[in-house]
Design a binder for this molecule. Structure first.
Ligand code: PGA
Length: 257
């Protein structure tokens, strides 16, 4: 758990791997085999978000290893004539506990905006999924001193959320995603403190993950920042070895090692 600062956390940290549009069955089976017997330490939660096509095939083998399953997106209607879309119940049926919502790639490439994100949150909750809501500023917004205003606008989707609805938030500065740049410990600490404050104001006491070029060699430093309760990992989650190094580093920090 975080050792210092005003947001000392007793929540179980989550390390979640977002495979994005990567992975075919044979690669995924190899990945799972390489995870070994007992990849998820007790005091840390581990989850994987493979593409839709791998959800059902991986569901049972990940469950046996104590790893939660999640999807990277969902549509908000329960069923019907929405060609190409996947409903929340379909994700539950495939064994998902989590669904990533509002990733910056969906906001920026697919044009997702707050209205649609709000509907997806509601639909995910109605089906019993736990959303991982992604928020984060672009580089120009940080340089212009707009970071907190951007995050506040993005978090506004939680204004009407039902009390106690399961939720995890992931702070992912867009300029740090897939770039090899990470926010400094000072930036992470300051921004997570702001996000926790906003969440408290909105009535949510949930985990806040950090995401953006998390790698085995920066995990301990990032996880030691007050207010960081896990990581959303993209590129470094594609190889079992580097993903497990991240899990281990996070577990060591959580255990106070
Ligand atoms: P990255 O991606 O670790 O490759 O930067 C993180 C994410 O987009 O969730």
């Amino acid at each position: 758990m975080s050792q210092s600062g005003s947001y000392t956390s007793r929540k179980r940290p989550l390390i979640a791997g977002n495979w994005k549009m990567n992975g075919i069955l044979v690669e995924a089976q190899q990945f799972v085999a390489e995870l070994g017997e007992n990849p998820a330490p007790d005091h840390i939660e581990v989850a994987l978000m493979p593409p839709y096509t791998l959800l059902h095939p991986l569901s049972e083998s990940l469950r046996q290893k104590g790893i939660q399953l999640g999807a990277q997106n969902v549509y908000y209607e329960p069923k019907g004539a929405f060609t190409g879309s996947i409903s929340p119940m379909m994700l539950r049926d495939a064994g998902c506990h989590y669904v990533i919502l509002a990733h910056s790639e969906r906001r920026d490439i697919m044009g997702e905006a707050n209205q649609q994100i709000g509907k997806k949150l509601e639909a995910a909750w109605a089906a019993g999924l736990e959303p991982i809501l992604c928020i984060g500023e672009h580089l120009e917004e940080r340089q212009d001193g707009e970071t907190n205003a951007v995050l506040r606008r993005q978090l506004a989707v939680l204004e009407d959320a039902p009390e106690g609805a399961p939720l995890t938030v992931a702070y992912e500065p867009v300029w740090a995603i897939g770039t090899g740049l990470t926010a400094s410990p000072e930036q992470v600490t300051e921004t997570h403190a702001f996000i926790h404050e906003e969440l408290t104001r909105l009535g949510h006491d949930c985990r806040v993950l950090y995401g953006g070029s998390v790698k085995p060699d920066n995990t301990a430093e990032l996880m030691s920042c007050p207010g960081v309760e896990g990581a959303l990992v993209g590129g470094a989650s594609l190889q079992a070895a580097s993903f497990m190094q991240i899990v281990q580093a996070a577990a060591d920090v959580a255990a106070g090692a």
